[in-house]
Every structure is written in structure tokens, then in C-alpha cells.
Design a protein around this ligand. Structure first.
Ligand SMILES: NC(=O)c1ccc[n+]([C@@H]2O[C@H](COP(=O)([O-])OP(=O)(O)OC[C@H]3O[C@@H](n4cnc5c(N)ncnc54)[C@H](OP(=O)(O)O)[C@@H]3O)[C@@H](O)[C@H]2O)c1
Length: 509
């Protein structure tokens, strides 16, 4: 089935030849996401003819072993037909065994890349993808800089060679570590060479927030505190920590989800119209939103946030353990698996309109949505219907699953009485466009090949988001409390209901 994204990209944008070097190429991300997504681009004819992948890792693998594992990943996680694309492209994949900490490895890598240029026509252009655990990022970045691999000869669209780096999340674990990592990245690369991944920005429906707001005229006049009562942004997962206890117990949901995905979505919902569609115009407006978010003192954190932790319960019909009984979780852990946060964007447009963000594990469903709740009508003509009985109009942007947009409004129930009931106007991506949405990594890898930074987080965005999250974490540490319990398979702790205040309730998607 034709992919409209591919049609649009093919007509408008073409990637120049390049070699993609993946550090940590023996890992889960490469096998499950990166290579299947590259094959998706190949299927859509979006990979340039001069393209190659060099997988860098420490383990002693032969070329055949490397390709065999990638092939398995593509078969298991790629689109239909991705295996055929891999069969065609596998000659472009080479394995490079090296030590992240050894300068000699980078000298040999440079020689290998020169050979790849000769064999595959990649023309000296390099994209480095950091897909190791974050502990290795600084070492790799330092060596890329020292070896000269981060140097580009021209940044123009046509001539010279480019060098880019893609950095996976998490980008730091607080403001200090994010600033240190930014300093390390920018010691070797200029900002235009840096692509900090937040895969939420690669999702079609997240990009559609901008289309909905700025390619239509009916929504924007209502998009402010005069008409909007509050906004709910939900990223719910039904899974637990899936063997990632070592990482998750040090991060918690606030660092793992809210610092990046939810705050990024908030900026797209709340930003002012950009002066152009350029990457920096859009990111300028997003960062202004983060700067306008009211700081939370430790005292305010208690009134503006709720943190929870799941206890044993049920998930999709199966009994599941509580968080403290998961593997690699400290017995005295105070890490939250659920967080709800009330934020105010202190600017002219949003004065007094709360944004409620919530994310959690072991909730009843996997769902991501943005619900814009409008004010109730100021006056009702119908005396027997009390104003508070009418629901608010809600514009719902569904990011996953069942991607689409719907509008809830009141309608008269047919019959002699004047009764009003909620109805829905619905747009669904699947039925409207009849094709699958491209995987977020496809879009992001392609944009990095094009050098388009729009869907990547800029240095100041990442740091501003950490400023907000650090103030919440400090408040939690100061309170010395522990997260409230919620049973696995429920919508989080009861305390979260109170966060919304009177006459508002969380959606139960
Ligand atoms: N997996 C996902 O779905 C996912 C999603 C979002 C973000 N990420 C991020 O993407 C990155 C890679 O994730 P992943 O799941 O692929 O990681 P991974 O499987 O744990 O590690 C990738 C590779 O890095 C190397 N490695 C492991 N520990 C290392 C260390 N201490 N120092 C240097 N190299 C080390 C290993 O290769 P060798 O031992 O062969 O060198 C390993 O195969 C991480 O930063 C992760 O946070 C992953």
C-alpha cells in the first residue's frame, strides 16, 4: 500500500549519500528499532543509493553473525516485506569490532569509513548514532572529537562533507548532567550537527498537533485561556518495567517519560505560532513555553504533583507482582512508577489554565492522548438542565493507539423532551488515509540524514525541561515521603483525583 509520507518526502526531500555508524550495534535498539526502520525507508525508496551502515561494538562477531542477528530483528520487528529489503541491502552493512575507550579503534574506524566511501559511494558523509548505554556517551564523543571524525568540511546543502551525531535518550539524569553532556557534545560538534532523539516527536499524530493548530483556522481562535478550562496529557502504559529495573529504579517515571515525551507534547500544544516552519523557528517557540512554566518550590510540589507506585494486581488477565518485587529494584526504593503533575504556563495566552500531565506503568491500557477541555457554556437556556450536569466539550488528540482526532459535544436526544447527551465527531488516521503511519524512528532517521533538526530537541529545550523536573524531584526528596500505592491494572493512586480540583475529572480512556 502506498505510504503518503513517502510520497510527500520523495517529492520534496532527498537524502545525500552517507554512512551511518551505530555505536552499540550489538544491542536491543539497533536490532528492534533502527535496522527495521532503515529497511522501512528502503522499502519506500527513501535511502540514497550511496548508503551504508557500520555497526560498532566490542563483542567478537563475524560479519555473517552480525548480519544474521540484524536479519532476525528485521523479520521480527520490520514491516511486511522488510526481510526482502534486508536481503537486497545487507551488503551495505558491516560490523566493526572496537573498544569505545581506545583511540586506536577510532583511527581504524576512520580507515574503515574511507573504504566504505570507496565501495559504497557514501562520499565522506557520516552520521554517528549513540546507541550504547548513556554511561558510554561521553567517552565516544570525546574520541570522535579527538580523532577528527566529528569535523565536516562544509555545512552547505550541496558541497563538502557532513558529520552528524544522534544522541539517544536519556539525555542526562538532571540539569547538571544534561549540561555536562551538552558541553561534551558541543566540544566536538556544532549545534546544527546534533540530533537529540525524542521518538515521540517522530510520531505522525504528535506532528499533527502543529498541522491541526496552524493549517486550520477554526481551532486557533479558541486556543487560549478564554475558551479552554484545562488540558490533560496522558501517556499510560499497561506494561511494568520489563526487566529494566536497574535503569528504571534510578530514573522513575518523571525522568523516563515526563522530562522528555510529555513536556515535548505540552510545548507543541501551548506554543505560539512560529514565524516559519524552519527547525529553529519552531524550537524557539517551544523553548519559550518551557521558560514560561511556573517554577515549583518544594512546598508547591506537594500541592501540584502526585507520585504513585504499583502494588501487585492484574494486567491483561494475568496476576503481576508489585514494583518492589520486580527484579533489580532496591528493597527500600522510593522510585515512582506513576506521576501526575499540574503545571501553569505563565503567559498571556494561558494565564490561569492548568496543564495536567500524567504517566504511569501498569495502568489499564496503553494509551497516549491530549484532551483539550473547554469551558462550560456561560449560561443555559434550559432551566431543567443544571449547568454542572453538562459535560465540557473536549477536543481529543489520540496519539496511540487508534490515532486520530475527535470532538465531544452535547446534542439533543431525539424525542419530545429536551435532553442533552454527549456525542462525538471523529477522524481516524487508519480509515481516512488507509495506510499505516511510518514508525517514529523511520521519520527521525530520515530527517537526520536530511539534516533537518525540527523534530529533535535543541540544547536549551533539554535543559529547560530538566529545570522543571529537577524542581519536582527536589520537592519530593525534601518531603522524605514515599509514593502512594495503586494496584496494578488501575488508573493510579486516588490522590491523583484531588489534583484536578473541583468539577474536573481525569479521563478514563
Ligand atoms: N532499546 C530500546 O527500545 C530503547 C528505547 C529508547 C531509548 N533507548 C536508548 O538507546 C540506547 C541503547 O539501548 P539498548 O537497549 O540497545 O542498549 P543495550 O542493549 O543495553 O546496549 C547496547 C550495546 O552497548 C554496549 N554496551 C553495553 N554496556 C556498555 C557499557 N557500559 N559501555 C559501553 N558499551 C556498552 C553493548 O555492546 P558491546 O558489549 O558488544 O559493545 C550493547 O550491546 C540506550 O541509551 C537506551 O537508553 C533504547
Amino acid at each position: 500500500m502506498p505510504n503518503p509520507l513517502a510520497d510527500e518526502l520523495q517529492t520534496d526531500r532527498r537524502a545525500r549519500p552517507s554512512a551511518l555508524v551505530i555505536f552499540g550495534a550489538s544491542g536491543d535498539l539497533t536490532r528492534r528499532k533502527l535496522v527495521p526502520s532503515l529497511m522501512g525507508l528502503a522499502q519506500d525508496g527513501l535511502l540514497p543509493p550511496g548508503f551504508a551502515v557500520v555497526g560498532f561494538a566490542r563483542r567478537d562477531w563475524s560479519q555473517a553473525e552480525f548480519r544474521r542477528r540484524l536479519e532476525e530483528g528485521v523479520e521480527a520487528h520490520g514491516r511486511e516485506g522488510a526481510g526482502d529489503a534486508f536481503a537486497e541491502w545487507q551488503g551495505r552493512f558491516s560490523y566493526f569490532e572496537g573498544d569505545y575507550d581506545d583511540p586506536e579503534s577510532y583511527r581504524k574506524l576512520a580507515v574503515h569509513l574511507d573504504e566504505v566511501d570507496q565501495r559504497q559511494g557514501t562520499q565522506g558523509n557520516r552520521i554517528f548514532y549513540l546507541a550504547t548505554p548513556p554511561a558510554a556517551y561521553q567517552t565516544i564523543l570525546g574520541h570522535l572529537h579527538e580523532s577528527g571524525l566529528s569535523t565536516e568540511t562544509d555545512t552547505g546543502p550541496a558541497g563538502g562533507t557532513f558529520a552528524r551525531v544522534i544522541v539517544e535518550k536519556p539525555f542526562g539524569k538532571d540539569l547538571d548532567t544534561a549540561q555536562a553532556l551538552n558541553a561534551q557534545v558541543l566540544a566536538g560538534f556544532n549545534e546544527h550537527q546534533v540530533f537529540r532523539i525524542d521518538h515521540y516527536l517522530g510520531k505522525e499524530t504528535v506532528q499533527n498537533i502543529l498541522a491541526l493548530r496552524f493549517a486550520n483556522s477554526i481551532f486557533e481562535p479558541l486556543w487560549n485561556h478564554h475558551y479552554i478550562d484545562h488540558v490533560q496529557i496522558t501517556v499510560a502504559e499497561s506494561i511494568g518495567i520489563e526487566g529494566r529495573g536497574g535503569y528504571f529504579d534510578n530514573a522513575g517515571i518523571i525522568r523516563d517519560m515526563i522530562q522528555n515525551h510529555l513536556l515535548q507534547v505540552l510545548t507543541l500544544v501551548a506554543m505560539e505560532p512560529p514565524v516559519s516552519s524552519s527547525g529553529d523557528s519552531i524550537r524557539d517557540e517551544k523553548v519559550k513555553v518551557l521558560r514560561a512554566i511556573r517554577s515549583l518550590t518544594p512546598e508547591k510540589v506537594a500541592a501540584s504533583t502526585v507520585r504513585g507506585r504499583y502494588t501487585a494486581g492484574w494486567s491483561r488477565g494475568e496476576a503481576v507482582p508489585g514494583y518492589l518485587d520486580e527484579e533489580d529494584v532496591a528493597a527500600d526504593s522510593t522510585t515512582e512508577t506513576y506521576a501526575a503533575v499540574k503545571l501553569y504556563v505563565d503567559n498571556w495566552r494561558w494565564a490561569g489554565t492548568p496543564f495536567f500531565l500524567r504517566s504511569g506503568k501498569r495502568l489499564p491500557r496503553r494509551v497516549t492522548e491530549i484532551a483539550i477541555h473547554f469551558h462550560r457554556p456561560p449560561h443555559l437556556l434550559y432551566g431543567d438542565i443544571h449547568r454542572s450536569k453538562l459535560h465540557r466539550n473536549v477536543l481529543l488528540l489520540r496519539v496511540q493507539p487508534d490515532e486520530g482526532v475527535s470532538l465531544r459535544f452535547g446534542s439533543k436526544v431525539p424525542g419530545p423532551h429536551f435532553q442533552i447527551r454527549d456525542v462525538r465527531m471523529d477522524f481516524s488516521y487508519g480509515s481516512e488515509f488507509g495506510s499505516r503511519s511510518a514508525d517514529a524512528y523511520e521519520r527521525l532517521l530520515f530527517d537526520a540524514m536530511l539534516g533537518d533538526p525540527t523534530l529533535f530537541a535543541r540544547r536549551d529545550e533539554v535543559e529547560e525541561a530538566w529545570r522543571i523536573v529537577d524542581s519536582i524531584v527536589e520537592g519530593w526528596c525534601a518531603s522524605e515521603g514515599r509514593p502512594a500505592d495503586y494496584e496494578a491494572g488501575t488508573w493510579g493512586p486516588e490522590e491523583a483525583e484531588e489534583l484536578l480540583g473541583p468539577a474536573r475529572e481525569w479521563r478514563r480512556p
